[in-house]
Design a protein. Sequence first.
Length: 201
Amino acid sequence: MLSVKKLYKSFGSNHVLKNLSIDFSLGKIIMIIGNNGSGKSTLLNCLSQTTEIDRGSINRNGFKTFFLSDKDNIIGNLTIQENIKIITSLYNTDFNNDIFNKYVNQLNLNEQLDKQLKNLSRGNLQKNKMLMALCTNWNYLLLDEPFSNLDDDSINTQKHLINKLKSENRTVIFSTHNHHLFKEIADEIYLIQSGSMQNAI
């Protein structure tokens, strides 16, 4: 279980997260919603240890987290496969060519393999981020706006793959502005508002 207790995070005088406590179990799809600037991205950054917290605790209990922000998360002059090989090595995961090719096909990235990542469209970069997650070992996947820049078919593919990850007893925690489009895949929905988080189901 990933456990957050009495978490506080501020940026100057802006108190983004205040006394936030929550437990995230394995085998769940969890959606985080809230207005711009409410703290969705800040929470994901805190959970992934890319942002230092002010007070409180985050106990990962030995579980691995993998964070994909709303940025591209790439080395621009590399190909998709070259980038994936670096990411898997950083997360102590052996690169598996069969798994890579399987999900390249499912994500419809075959025609993008010879291109440098800096030349991919925004939608294909978003698919590449999901490919990174599918090729890497983790227990908790943290996704910031994972459906942005995707067409309807690609959104449906992402939903299917997220459900597959859940079936492997892994947890996906994602933020979104368009919660009405994705609430059917979420086991738990939380609203961040005024620095606190409450169940929104």
